[in-house]
Ligand binder design. Structure first.
Ligand code: GLU
Ligand code: MG
Length: 451
């Protein structure tokens, strides 16, 4: 073979695999390599820089972050979490191929500020100290840039479904290919607002699955050249996009531990303690589950989101909702029984927010808290006195208040690695400073592009 024939040999794009971490602000970042070299990265992973995990949603490295220019880490792929979607609506688009990672020091010690490690440790604690396993699922609402004409304007309509049917069909196929087990794709109440739900799964995999839903949904939109946003509010008057986290606890034999048919609303004593813990710490948890300034345009009464720390039976204005169980066809209520955590949105890290909800619930069990903050009414229609009597407190009105609540709740702060909270506070302070001058409509435009 002479030199010129070598130069004329055709090449094709090299398939790549990306090892990813979903960071403290819920952005999935990572490094890619040729897929045929995956084996060589399995044990020692790929390089990472501590300050890479201190980047705000505005893409600035938080100035006072704990690491600065120093240090090196590894992203260690968890091969069981690999997601592969070989193709989509754009036949020429490269495959989506990524693996979730835990962040480690270069000698393999876990890195204290890794949100996935935090969640893994908390799940392990439930197992070791309480003998409990965790089953969870995240539901996501989002806005899709599709034309709204004719019956596509109508909430929940067949017209709205069909306006996005091609997108929805590709999305379901891609989620299935990625191992996500989608359940429903539906038009929501808002204009061009849709929802995707998937089956529950166990422990860390549930938070991974939330990331997979977001990334696969964005990829299908990208391939179809459609704008998409999971931001809690895309316009000041828009219907809000929530993320609802469904959680249930099982014992080692898989028996439902939150359910007891002899208790009011079917909520077992353990379930009541767990819920009381989540509600006790909820104003502080909002710093993680509603973690951006725009989150607070959603956490208002009559958004079917949440604005008070209370539990309600089938009540969509409650922060924790006891979901309906169905007995039709002989279905078992115990298997379906779960609590839905509603003051959550897609500007939150699934791993960090799920870990902190679990920590609060565990503290409730450890402290044997009794549950008083319940109502089947809309909590803002109760008088101050009624709310005080039931211990129902308002959720923070903005991110600054949520961060202040977190600082005040020593139990939660002490349950988290110090370096993680230090990084988080500086990142959020920088984000607040960067957005403080934005009017609500500007805030909507700003975050619609970021999430
Ligand atoms: N869009 C509402 C939210 O922001 C939720 C509506 C529903 O219950 O599906 O959380
Ligand atoms: Mg919904």
């Amino acid at each position: 073979m002479n030199r010129s024939s070598l130069n004329n040999a055709l090449i094709a794009a090299t398939p790549m695999t990306t090892v990813v971490t979903t960071d403290l602000v819920g952005i999935t970042r990572g490094r890619s390599f040729p897929t045929d070299e995956l084996e060589s990265y399995r044990v020692a992973g790929v390089g990472w820089v501590p300050a890479n995990s201190a980047i705000t949603p505005q893409s600035t490295v938080a100035e006072d972050n704990p690491w600065g220019a120093y240090g090196d880490l590894r992203l260690i792929p968890d091969m069981a979490s690999r997601v592969r979607v070989p193709n989509g609506p754009d036949a020429g688009a490269p495959a989506l191929d990524f693996v979730h990672a835990d962040i480690c020091e270069t000698d393999g010690r876990p890195w204290a500020a890794c949100p996935r490690t935090l969640l893994r440790n908390e799940v392990q604690r439930y197992q070791d100290e309480l003998g409990l396993t965790i089953t969870a699922a995240f539901e996501h609402e989002f806005n899709l840039g599709i034309p709204q004409s004719g019956s596509a304007h109508h909430a929940f309509s067949l017209g709205a479904q069909h306006a996005a049917a091609s997108f929805g069909g590709w999305l379901l196929s891609a989620l299935r290919a990625g191992g996500v087990e989608p359940e429903m794709f539906l038009p929501e109440y808002g204009k061009a607002q849709y929802e995707i739900t998937c089956r529950p799964t166990q422990g860390v995999a549930a938070a991974d699955r939330a990331v997979n839903v977001r990334e696969i949904t964005r990829e299908i939109a990208r391939q179809m050249a459609l704008d998409i946003s999971f931001s809690p509010k895309v316009e000041e008057q828009a219907v809000s996009n929530g993320v609802h986290l469904h959680i249930s606890l099982q014992d080692q034999d898989g028996e439902a531990m939150m359910y007891d048919p002899n208790q009011e609303n079917g909520l077992s004593e353990l379930g009541q303690q767990w819920a009381a813990g989540v509600l006790k710490y909820l104003p502080a948890l909002c710093a993680f589950s509603a973690p951006t300034p725009i989150s607070y345009l959603r956490l208002k009464p009559h958004h079917w989101s949440a604005s008070y720390a209370c539990l309600g039976q089938r009540n969509r204005e409650a922060s924790l909702r006891i979901c309906p169980t169905i007995t039709l066809g002989g279905k078992s209520p115990a298997k379906q029984y779960n609590l839905e955590f509603r003051p959550l949105d897609a500007t939150a890290s699934p791993h960090l927010s799920m870990a902190t909800v679990l920590i609060a619930g565990r503290l409730g069990i450890e402290q044997k808290l009794s549950l008083s903050a319940t109502t089947d009414e809309e909590p803002d229609t109760l008088s101050d006195e009624q709310r005080r009597a039931r211990n129902i407190v308002a959720l923070p009105g903005n991110l600054g208040e949520a961060l202040a609540c977190l600082k005040d709740h020593a139990d939660i702060v002490e349950a988290l690695p110090e370096v993680l909270t230090r990084a988080y506070f500086t990142m959020k302070a920088q984000e607040l400073a960067a957005t403080e001058k934005l009017a609500p409509n500007e805030l909507c435009d700003h975050y619609a592009l970021l999430y």
